[in-house]
Design a protein around this ligand. Structure first.
Ligand code: C5P
Length: 218
């Protein structure tokens, strides 16, 4: 099969990164987590006491993606590996705001397009099928009930030692989705030619197989 790109979009905690990682590994493709890029810029925004000049912020930022055999994608922000800080609560609470800013999106989208130029990429995010890779060979829009998404995130947080409660996570996920879906620039929405995959009640293996079937039918 010729090299392809796969775009995976959807609301928060729908299972995108877990599935994207599985699919990329099965197809020997590279997985790119674009949420981590917005999270890294948000980390810098917080470290710099929330400056409102986002153009200046990104103009003074270098962001690089590297791959570690055991740890997967790592994010180098100004030459420092910040990957382990990107799931912290203050980053999660501010990332939608930072990601709504034009200079931030221009900066991140340009890098994402470059990464995918040679193909062989599975990229997950909110605007991949609509803006970043409008010509991706396969576009998937992944959804799941908010209850299940909160439960999954709770388990992930437990594993990473991040404190949270189910009701707090449900509220945070709903608020973040609302913000992401209603922002002016590149809001989260299903591309017209994306295939919706509902992961509610399905195992990682079942969803991975569903997507592998879509790939095999291209
Ligand atoms: O996927 P993740 O939950 O890490 O994304 C964090 C936030 O980054 C999202 O809630 C959204 O505000 C932003 N984002 C975005 N566009 C993307 C990926 C993430 O705006 N392609």
């Amino acid at each position: 099969m010729d090299l392809i790109n796969i775009a995976l979009d959807g609301p928060a905690a729908a299972g995108k990164s877990t599935i994207a990682r599985q699919v990329a590994s099965k197809l020997s493709m590279i997985y790119v987590d674009t949420g981590a890029m917005y999270r890294a810029i948000t980390y810098k925004y917080l470290q710099n006491n929330k400056p409102e000049d986002f153009k200046a912020l990104v103009d003074q930022t270098t962001l690089e993606l590297t791959y570690d055999k055991s740890k997967g994608q790592r994010i180098l922000l100004d030459d420092q590996d910040v990957t382990d800080f990107l799931r912290e609560n203050d980053v999660t609470q501010n990332v939608s705001y930072v990601a709504s800013k034009a200079p931030v999106r221009t900066f991140a989208v340009e890098k994402q397009k470059d990464l995918a130029a040679k193909k062989g990429i599975v990229m997950d995010g909110r605007d991949i099928g609509t803006v970043v890779l409008p010509n991706a060979e396969l576009k998937v829009y992944m959804i799941a009930s908010v209850e299940e998404r909160a439960e999954r995130r709770q388990k992930e947080n437990e594993q990473c030692g991040i404190p949270s409660t189910l009701s707090q996570l449900k509220k945070e996920i709903e608020e973040r989705d609302h913000y992401d879906m209603n922002r002016d620039i590149s809001p989260l929405k299903k591309a017209d030619d994306a295939i919706t995959v509902d992961t509610t009640g399905k195992t990682i293996e079942e969803v991975t197989e569903e997507i592998m079937n879509l790939v095999n039918n291209l």
